[in-house]
Design a protein around this ligand. Structure first.
Ligand SMILES: NC(=O)C1=CN([C@@H]2O[C@H](COP(=O)(O)OP(=O)(O)OC[C@H]3O[C@@H](n4cnc5c(N)ncnc54)[C@H](OP(=O)(O)O)[C@@H]3O)[C@@H](O)[C@H]2O)C=CC1
Ligand SMILES: CCCCCCCCCCCCCCCC(=O)[C@@H](N)CO
Length: 775
């Protein structure tokens, strides 16, 4: 039932407010001629710019003459988005565009991204940063996994933007970056919240706080930047209502039906409309940027001490809102109560579920038991890999409207069973773990994570799983199978190091086909050691015996550290990775302070990381708790575990501030080039000689730049990731066997190809003889 219709009783009030809104708009027209955020010629970094509203905003900003850096995770979508942005440029000859692949939920991701962006921009940091990346996992608060969903929403929506704002502020506020004058064009930090940061409705409990948190941060920073008058900086919070984006389709998979019902009162808008209105609001200089009528009312309803767009109008309008809310809340709560009386009490209709913890399936469709109250998307996740190669370009955002969704409601039951997640025996928890996106990206980690999650669903693991689900859920033909572990690009980086290879080199047809076949095989590979897995062919060595693998957490215990409080995301991730060594203290009698979060990270990093080729200066001098110098690529600001302990790495000679190139490649772990590859560092830095990388590629560590088609191929990435896992956990003897196997295969290739060549020549010779004798 439309809330505005029901508001009939308060018509005079509603009319009054509408009058005020019109006055507001008129006043904007009178006073608001100045463009407060010109973008032509300025550089804008946008996270979440590969889909939905972020993508639309990027295109619009390009059309207004901005240079752009797009940040999100999926390379293919970034490529697609970059092409669309290029095509929209006002002056293609002078505007510059690039992308950086990064996961905003990773702690510390933003420093590297800002450094990378600044380097790309000739040493000048971006002028405007717009954090759009976000997700939503609507659930009832008592639904299974709502807590894990809440943490994930917080990690992406809040911390993803919080880290970026901090990294860019630290960059902007460096003395040498002071603006030429106090009246010079300000820089802008833009957060993307939601109307749900202004108004709450049932079903968004895991999501709404992450957006309220953003608003709290923005309010605080808006005051904090006044400390730096010679660095003019403005903050903004964009508050869209429903956007018909791919993200909406994803969130609708878990959305309680009552939520769909309530949010019908705010009509959905397309990503283009939202982007257009948001940019208009930013140009007006708004702090809260509302993009809809109700959004504007809501904004004025919760002003508190937030910055005003217009003191007079916001205040006047604000006086009316409580009166409107008096009716709105009455009606809404009535709707919710009415829902229970017609659909049943969710707590009573929710069946007891046997396995809920650690199940990815439940992350995707957490209220699966509540069939009557859950809206499922019509789009299932691909169950088998059927497609290989580039995604269809220029796809349009799927138009999912609340009405459309309501129409699918009746079919819930069918969708639940047909959606692909529970087919083919995937309902059993062990196979569900195959969906989990591993930090370590290898099978050992899969086993470890599965074991860990059997006991306890860590939020982090959920997050990864969820992220995986998000990406698996694409219908863009990236070839990701729902029962394959997710490919992490950081591991693939070892092979690629990103590379600006816009043309790429398409795979030849037979190679493509073979890869396709291998991909299908890979999807079964870690249930059965498939013959395509070299380890299985080797009679002698151990292969990947997952039950034998000790995780970092195990080895920490074995090293005598007992049960630790594993809090940070980095520590959680490392805890699941296969451990590489026991931690040996230089002074065994010393009791380490492991109550400090970062010290647990240091311990785990020491156990899971890679030994530095040459120890850092402090380790060299015998400082730090442990006997060796160990680093984890892309983590701890480049510092080693010893220096991270207690001191957060600041004094480590590997610390990224001392190694500007550290962002590109950890200085401590540049490995020797493998046999057959040129032995110069260019193997990793330029990669021109790498047979899989026909064009030069730039080194990027945890961050990836436009890459060639070949390396984007999931099968290749999978292959590399698998090899990484295998090599990481191999002991010395096994590594020797691996080397011998590689050499044997090279020899076999040589012999077979020589044989074939000789046979071919023989045949050709025979033919000549035959021809001659026939003549
Ligand atoms: N859709 C809606 O109804 C509403 C959305 N919002 C907010 O508006 C913003 C845009 O929403 P919408 O248009 O739906 O977005 P989509 O969900 O359609 O797209 C999200 C974008 O963010 C990127 N992204 C997601 N997670 C991460 C991550 N962990 N690291 C880096 N990038 C990430 C995605 O790329 P990739 O997956 O490749 O990383 C993609 O480019 C979000 O903040 C959302 O919360 C606000 C109100 C309503
Ligand atoms: C004075 C005010 C009157 C209020 C009327 C109430 C109408 C309620 C509309 C709620 C809309 C919720 C949109 C959610 C958008 C979002 O953020 C999610 N889709 C997550 O992505």
């Amino acid at each position: 039932m439309d809330i505005l219709q029901r508001l009939g009783i308060s018509l005079p009030v509603a009319t009054g407010s509408i009058g005020l809104i019109i006055a507001l708009i008129a006043a904007m027209g009178l006073f608001g001629k100045k463009n407060h955020m010109p973008v032509a010629g300025r550089t804008i970094l946008l996270t979440g710019a590969s889909e939905g509203m972020g993508r639309s905003a990027a295109i619009r900003l390009a059309a207004k003459g901005a240079h752009l850096i797009l940040v999100s995770r999926n390379l293919e979508r970034l490529e697609e988005s970059l092409a669309a942005v290029r095509a929209a440029a006002a002056s293609p000859a002078t505007q510059r565009f690039t992308y950086i692949s990064a996961d905003v939920s990773e702690p510390d991701y933003a420093t590297g991204v800002v450094a990378q962006a600044t380097a790309w921009n000739g040493g000048r940091s971006p002028d405007i940063v717009w954090c759009v990346a976000g997700l939503s996992t609507p659930l009832l608060w008592t639904d299974d996994n709502a807590m894990a969903a809440a943490r994930r929403n917080m990690d992406v929506n809040y911390f993803g933007s919080a880290e970026m704002s901090r990294a860019i502020l630290r960059e902007w506020l460096r003395p040498e970056n002071a603006a030429p004058g106090r009246n010079s064009e300000p820089k802008h930090i833009i957060f993307t919240a939601s109307v749900l940061a202004l108004f709450a409705i049932v079903g968004y409990a895991p999501y709404t706080p992450s957006k309220w948190a953003l608003r709290g941060l923005a309010d605080t920073l808006a005051m904090e930047v006044n400390l730096y008058p010679d660095h003019p900086i403005k903050l903004h919070v964009v508050c869209p209502a429903t956007i018909t984006s791919p993200g909406l389709e994803r969130e609708n998979q878990t959305k309680p039906a009552i939520t769909v019902e309530l949010e019908k009162d705010e009509p959905p808008q397309t990503p283009d409309t939202v982007a257009e209105k948001a940019i208009a609001g930013l140009e007006r200089g708004d702090y809260f940027v509302a993009v809809s009528f109700l959004g504007n009312l809501m904004r004025c309803g919760v002003m508190g001490a937030s910055p005003r767009n217009n003191w007079l109008l916001d205040t006047l309008l604000g006086w009316f809102i409580p009166i409107i809310y008096f009716f709105v809340l009455k009606i809404m709560n009535g709707q919710v109560r009415g829902w229970t009386s017609t659909h049943g009490n969710p707590a009573k209709t929710r069946p007891k579920r046997k396995i809920s913890r650690g199940r990815l399936v439940s992350e995707i469709q957490p209220t699966i038991g509540m069939k009557s109250s859950v809206i499922r998307s019509q789009r299932g996740r691909p169950n088998k890999v059927t497609k290989q190669g580039p995604p269809p370009r220029g796809r349009t955002p799927r138009q999912v409207t609340a009405t459309h969704l309501a129409a699918t409601h009746e079919d819930d039951q069918a969708h639940v069973t047909l959606s692909g997640e529970l087919k083919d025996g995937e309902g059993d928890p062990s196979s569900v773990f195959e969906d989990v996106r591993m930090g370590a990206e290898d099978y050992a980690a899969a086993a470890a994570a599965a074991a860990a999650m059997d006991n306890d669903l860590t939020e982090d693991a959920h997050g990864e799983a969820e992220a995986d689900a998000e990406m698996d859920d694409d219908d863009d033909g990236t070839g990701a199978s729902s029962n394959m572990p997710h490919v992490d690009l950081t591991a693939a980086n070892i092979l690629v190091n990103g590379g600006s290879n816009p043309q790429g080199v398409p795979l030849s047809q037979p190679v493509q086909e073979q890869l396709q076949e291998m991909q299908q095989n890979l999807s079964h590979a870690h249930q059965h050691q498939h013959p395509h897995q070299p380890a299985a062919q080797m009679g002698g060595h151990q292969g990947v015996d997952q039950s034998m693998v000790k995780t970092t957490e195990d080895l920490s215990r074995d090293s005598g550290y007992g049960d630790l409080n594993v809090e940070s995301a980095l520590a959680k991730r490392l805890a699941r990775e296969p451990g590489q060594r026991l931690a040996q203290q230089r002074r065994p009698e010393q009791a380490l302070n492991l109550a400090r979060r970062s010290n647990v990270e240091a311990l785990f990093a020491h156990i899971a990381g890679e030994p530095a080729r040459i120890p850092c200066k402090n380790c060299h001098k015998g400082h730090g708790p442990w006997t060796s110098c160990v680093v984890v690529d892309g983590q701890m600001c480049g510092s080693c575990a010893n220096c991270w302990f207690n001191a957060s790495g600041a004094r480590c000679s590997f610390h990224e501030t001392r190694n500007p190139q550290a962002v590109a490649q950890h200085p401590a772990i540049l490995p020797a080039a493998p046999a057959g590859f040129s032995n110069d560092p260019g193997y990793r830095l330029g990669a021109a000689s790498h047979p899989l990388l026909p064009h030069g590629a730039a080194a990027l560590g945890g961050v990836t730049h436009p890459g060639g088609l070949l390396i984007n191929n999931p099968v290749l990435q999978q292959m590399v990731n698998r090899a990484m896992g295998e090599v990481r956990q191999a002991d010395k003897a096994t590594r020797q066997l691996i080397r011998i196997e590689i050499a044997a295969k090279q020899l076999a290739l040589q012999i077979v190809e020589t044989e074939e060549m000789v046979n071919h020549q023989d045949q050709a010779g025979q033919q000549v003889l035959n021809d001659e004798s026939g003549a």
